[in-house]
Design a protein around this ligand. Structure first.
Ligand code: FUL
Length: 489
């Protein structure tokens, strides 16, 4: 294949319907809650007495309301973590909420959370740890695989629609531990059968773990990557192996480039759509520890992670650990409200409404440049096929002050932009660079020092086959609005 052929092929790798729907969710919660919450552990041993599980004031509605205040669109619950304790009364083990004093052993937390999500308009997802330190059949591969599929079946048939099944790569079995051979293919087949719309994340074919738990997103996060990245063995190797409290802050710099031309060229015949998810916790631990009450991430930290992930072609899965009352702690709830206020205040309205747009070239009328101001996901601009470089000029109705530009590609057509520059026209008519970037994908948030201008230029220096753009938003961050003492800019 010559360069044009393989790049064109790479440009035409596209997401599945379920991946597209998932990508639009952008920001959603992880909830880590189990016996660990009551024993002050991160990794339970599996021998915890179910009697310790006894939240005093549990309210799934409070979780959902808190997530909504942050602007989240879904929630993934640890239905079973590595300790094997089930938050639903599974028929296949006694190690469940049914053996706990909570709601006199009649409770079903998976149901309470799924119901609260539905009521509040959040999508619901399940985390079911493949590694199980309690279950006696673990390590007796066939038996455990049956047990695991039975549990999956319970979760996927009793609680309504599930948007995600999240399979953790973590396994802390040491050299003398039990070696379980997971039957991934059978798990996937069952999920596809019972919940065909659900994405399977991390140890799964639909959503790629970003590779760290520190909230770090690659500078160029490609959704089109070599298929070998789906290798569960490799994902497991890179996952947490020991409960040392240090893993969560580590960034693996080895795999910094997964999708540039140089990388995919070597795998040109085996490229897949495998978009990234960034997962981190609002506190150092995944589970609640009173000792971490004063270590809730600051608004600036959360914003940095949010804008890096959601604005860096990844979805953001932020963990919120409920406390022993069964509530998201006041400190965390307040921070999440602040985050939601910032995101809504900054991004809800674009200052480019009513702007004039011109482009170096346009494919046809249906894909005219003005389409980048329409919010519908399937309206977009593109130049004629084979045009790898292009520019767009945005002429605002009047001068505006702004410090963010949001770009979105039409990813249903693939991911193509590789290098671009944003500039603003200065008073003397010269172009001043605001931002230099690489990939765009679902969304790129370009953030720079606040500037005042009427004319903005986006130059696409390099793209695969031809670029597409479905959205260009111009914004002033809420902090800047505050700094200027008025939102009326
Ligand atoms: C890791 C696990 O070991 C942690 O406890 C947590 O569940 C995190 C999301 O994934 O691999």
């Amino acid at each position: 294949m010559d360069t044009t052929d393989w790049l064109k092929a790479a440009a035409q790798v596209v997401p599945s319907e379920r991946q597209l729907k998932w990508q639009q969710m952008e920001f959603y919660a992880f909830i880590h809650f189990t016996v660990n919450t009551f024993t002050d552990q991160e990794w339970g041993m599996g021998n915890e007495d179910p009697a310790v599980f006894n939240p005093s004031d549990l309210s799934a509605r409070q979780w959902v309301q808190t997530c909504k205040s942050a602007g989240m669109t879904g929630l993934i619950l640890t239905c079973k973590h590595h300790d094997g304790f089930c938050l639903w009364p599974s028929q296949y083990t006694d190690h469940t909420v049914a053996a706990s004093p909570w709601r006199n052993g009649t409770g079903d937390l998976v149901k309470e959370v799924a119901d609260a999500c539905r009521e509040g308009g959040l999508k619901f997802g399940v985390y079911l740890s493949p590694w199980d330190r309690h279950e006696a059949s673990y390590g007796d591969s066939e038996r455990y695989n049956e047990f695991f599929k039975n549990q999956l079946r319970e979760l996927l048939t009793h609680y309504g629609d599930v948007f995600c099944v999240w399979f953790d790569g973590a396994c802390g079995e040491g050299p003398n531990g039990k070696r379980q051979v997971y039957d991934w293919e059978a798990y996937y087949a069952l999920i596809r059968e019972l919940q065909p719309e659900a994405v399977i994340s991390v140890c799964g074919p639909d959503v790629r773990w970003c590779g760290n738990e520190a909230g770090h997103t690659r500078a160029s996060e490609w959704s089109v990557v070599p298929a070998y990245l789906q290798d569960n063995e490799k994902i497991q190797e890179q996952s947490q192996q020991v409960d040392d409290g240090e893993f969560a802050s580590r960034i693996n710099t080895q795999d910094a480039d997964l999708g540039s031309r140089e990388v995919i060229r070597q795998h040109e015949d085996r490229l897949i759509w495998y978009p990234a998810e960034v997962n981190t916790s609002i506190r150092p631990g995944w589970f609640y520890h009173a000792s971490e009450d004063d270590q809730v991430k600051s608004l600036d930290e959360l914003l940095g992670i949010y804008e890096g992930a959601v604005g860096g072609n990844a979805n953001f899965l932020l963990n919120l650990p409920p406390d022993r009352r069964g509530l998201i702690h006041e400190q965390d709830a307040e921070r999440l409200q602040q985050l939601g206020d910032f995101v809504r205040g900054t991004y809800q309205q674009s200052l480019a409404v009513g702007a004039q747009i011109s482009a170096s070239q346009t494919m046809d009328e249906e894909h005219a440049a003005i389409q980048i101001l329409r919010e519908e996901p399937d309206t977009f601009w593109y130049p004629s096929e084979g045009t790898e470089q292009a520019w767009l000029v945005v002429e605002l109705p009047e001068e505006k002050r702004f410090d963010r530009v949001v770009l979105m590609e039409h990813i249903r057509s693939g991911q193509r932009i590789e290098r671009f520059t944003l500039e603003a026209k200065g008073e003397s008519g010269d172009w001043q660079e605001l931002y230099y970037g690489t990939v765009v994908g679902h969304k790129r948030i370009c953030s720079f020092d606040a500037t005042t201008a009427k004319t903005i230029r986006l130059t696409i220096h390099e793209s695969r086959w031809c670029p597409t753009l479905s959205w260009l938003g111009v914004h002033l961050s809420k902090q800047e609005v505050g700094r200027n003492g008025s939102s009326d800019i």
